[in-house]
Design a protein around this ligand. Structure first.
Ligand SMILES: [Zn+2]
Length: 423
């Protein structure tokens, strides 16, 4: 991690501002710009943690910040410790420590025993730019807190980033949610991650969410979530194209819009639109794309040289084939609309479920037209399985939507994500 100081800018600055705010400091606006207020907050943090208060985030300060970013610390039991005392020390609860350490006997702590101790704050921060590094750290943090979450990788992106999945539940009814397909449309990534956190936290203590019995969902269904299907593209949007990217020079050529990548780039790092790369009327779409000027790699709508040409698409197709899902949802933005059909191949129940989704989210139920009507993930799923598959366009405005819309998008979709697992 790079050293951060007054004048530094970037998603890493934003992440630290977000953390400082969550643990009670006042870093000013969470905007990724290390200004005077952020510097003062860092100095306060350093003072409270016995560090040299120089306002610069270097290795010593990171050593204290890193466990907080992960959301937990590893604690070695000392003589006289009780779980309650350890909880006090970390501003957390005994229940959280019990969840993170299954099988632990609170009345028989052994001196020298290592415990995972979650802090009193949540892992997923919905106020920051959510890039791949944040995703990786949050998955590690959630897994430590909630050891019953299973995680793995469904494959790799063009640049070798993992397409992480998280698995919740053990039931026979298998469903699949994913997001972060289009780079500009990354807001659903933290929404899905926050939902995973809340669902897991409710499961740990047998709490209901919106009247849904989380334990019974867990037994009835298995929910697979790939929060970020396009990590390379999202990195280009949030951090800009990096000179060590082997496609760096081509990217500069392919973006012929005269506008920054942060405003226009929706494709993966090879300029392929990952929601036009599926084998569902792909050739028909390619013709149309040529006519409309999307026949070459670019920021959006180029379907690639062939169906499933991209490793991200191949990984998703393989993942779907391996699991025999009853239903899938692909999260995009924007428009507050739910697309449910493809070439009239969706089963009648797909419309009924779509209407239920519309009711709980407030989004309109609609059918895709124009270029949006071909070669997408849900199109292929519907064509292949004749089962319910949805594209959900969250939020309202011009992409990229502001981070401030995340809480509302979460609110609109929390019940939908519960319902989709049992419907
Ligand atoms: Zn999209």
């Amino acid at each position: 991690m790079r050293i951060l100081r007054l004048g530094s800018r970037g998603t890493d600055v934003m992440e630290i501002q977000g953390l400082l705010a969550r643990i009670g400091y006042k870093p000013g606006p969470i905007d990724g710009i290390f200004g005077e207020q952020t510097r003062q907050a860092v100095i306060d943090f350093q003072r409270n943690n016995g560090l040299t208060p120089d306002g610069v985030i270097g290795p010593a300060t990171y050593r204290i910040l890193n466990p907080l970013l992960l959301g937990y610390d590893t604690y070695v039991v000392q003589p006289g410790d009780t779980l309650w005392r350890i909880a006090q020390k970390y501003y957390t609860t005994v229940s959280r420590i019990m969840t993170a350490n299954p099988g632990i006997d609170p009345y028989r702590l052994r001196i020298g025993q290592r415990l995972t101790v979650p802090f009193g704050i949540d892992v997923v921060d919905t106020n920051i730019a959510y890039n791949y590094e944040v995703l990786e750290r949050d998955i590690a943090g959630l897994k430590a807190r909630y050891p019953f979450i299973e995680t793995g990788s469904a494959g790799q992106s063009v640049l070798g980033r993992n397409l992480y999945y998280l698995k919740l539940g053990n039931g026979p009814n298998k469903v699949f949610y994913n997001g972060g397909i289009h780079s500009l449309e990354w807001l659903p990534v933290p929404v899905l991650m926050k939902w995973i956190e809340n669902f897991s936290s409710a499961y740990a203590v047998s709490r209901n969410i919106r009247g849904y019995d989380v334990r019974s969902i867990w037994d009835q269904s298995t929910i697979y979530i790939i929060p970020m299907v396009n990590p390379d593209g999202i990195d280009i949007v949030l951090n800009g194209p990096q000179p060590d990217n082997p496609y760096y020079n081509q990217l500069l050529e392919w973006n012929d819009t005269g506008r920054p990548f942060s405003q226009v780039w929706n494709a993966n790092t090879r300029g392929v639109d990952l929601n036009h790369n599926y084998d569902a009327l792909w050739y028909e779409y390619q013709q149309l794309a040529e006519e409309l000027g999307y026949g070459q790699p670019g920021p959006t709508r180029y379907p690639g040289p062939s169906p499933e040409s991209e490793p991200e698409t191949q990984a998703i197709v393989k993942f779907i084939r391996e699991h025999d899902f009853r239903l899938i949802i692909a999260y995009h933005s924007q428009g507050q609309v739910i697309y449910w059909n493809f070439q009239n191949l969706a089963p009648p129940v797909a419309r009924t479920i779509g209407e239920m989704f519309s009711n709980v989210s407030g989004y309109a139920l609609d059918e895709t037209t124009g270029t949006a009507a071909y070669s997408g993930m849900k199109d292929w799923f519907i064509q292949e399985y004749r089962r319910p598959g949805y594209t959900i366009e969250t939020g309202l405005g011009v992409n990229p939507l502001p981070i401030s819309q995340i809480p509302q998008i979460y609110d609109e979709n929390e019940e939908l994500l519960l319902l989709a697992a049992v419907v």
